[in-house]
Design a protein around this ligand. Structure first.
Ligand code: C5P
Length: 282
């Protein structure tokens, strides 16, 4: 049996350059895996079977099932597998949980079935499954471009702590709706991401460089997000929306500061937790 962890991510910076002819948006982002992880196991079997400790996630549309079927079909594999998912990352949170599970499925099944499990070999399949899936084949710290499927691994970020308030979107196709709510005035040149990439390349990092162009559209789709952002600000931290939301986080270079924010937010009734950077996906 093969066991893999599938980490969540946060976008340390995310810029949208514009809309593309294929309807997607052209992105530049710095993405980081964090110590909030799902667990997947893969055991040999004649049939493909999928189990999850969250029964509502056991559907044929689950990205784990779609990843398994896509790999089996493209590689001409006749065997199946028993796949078990222990879910710890809240779904539809903006933390990439489903995409990470899909990437881990490609890697786990490639190993189980004796196929090439290198990120470069699996990246084309990952890109078909979703814009975010390719990043999780590498994990760690990376710059992403295009729809999100072009991944350039970066040197590991310095130690960082995140206070995280995870939320789950109550709506289907949340990511599509948030991108649709983005206004052309909110597009930018990619310069902020380029500056953050240059800083990380020489081992420096300033939390003030973090930025998410999806903040304003996420607020239009989830108006209740505003009160969470205000509460995070009130405890002295700079709030950031995670991906397309609705999770919110703040970055610190010191664990003690992140713990202080966590305590203050818990006193205000928010389910804050502290996580750290995870320097590689597995
Ligand atoms: O690729 P994925 O299924 O994760 O994307 C969900 C939706 O988010 C897309 O259908 C598209 O509407 C939007 N999106 C976008 N630009 C991106 C990534 C996603 O417009 N770069």
């Amino acid at each position: 049996m093969i066991t893999l962890r599938a980490p969540a991510k946060v976008n340390l910076a995310l810029e949208v350059l514009g809309q593309r002819e294929d309807g997607y948006h052209e992105l530049r982002s710095v993405v980081q895996t964090i110590t909030l992880v799902d667990f997947l196991s893969f055991a040999p079997s004649a049939e493909l079977r999928f189990f999850c400790d969250v029964p509502a996630l056991v559907t044929p549309r689950n990205l784990v099932v779609r990843a398994a079927e896509l790999l089996r079909q493209r590689a001409g594999v006749r065997q199946g597998a028993i796949i078990r998912l222990r879910k710890r990352i809240p779904p539809a949170a903006g933390l990439g949980g489903g995409s990470s599970d899909a990437a881990a499925t490609l890697v786990g099944l490639a190993r189980l079935w004796g196929l090439d499990d290198r990120p470069e070999a699996l990246a084309p399949l990952a890109a078909e499954l979703g814009a975010d899936v390719s990043f999780f084949l590498w994990g760690g710290t990376a710059q992403v471009a295009g729809r999100g499927e072009q991944v350039l691994p970066l040197p590991a970020a310095p130690p960082l702590w995140f206070v995280l308030i995870a939320g789950s979107a109550p709506v289907a196709d949340k990511t599509r709706r948030v991108f649709a709510a983005l206004q052309p005035e909110e597009w930018s040149s990619g310069e902020r991401v380029a500056r953050l990439v240059a800083a990380l390349a020489v081992g420096t990092f300033d939390p003030a460089a973090c930025f998410n162009a999806l903040t304003a559209p996420a607020l239009r789709v989830f108006p209740s997000l505003a009160s969470t952002l205000v509460q995070v600000q009130a405890v002295g931290a700079t709030p950031l929306v995670a991906g397309a939301g609705p999770s919110v986080f703040a970055v610190s270079r010191e664990g003690q500061e992140a713990r202080r924010w966590q305590q203050a937010l818990r006193q205000r009734g928010l389910p804050a937790r502290v996580v750290r950077v995870l320097s590689s996906a597995r």
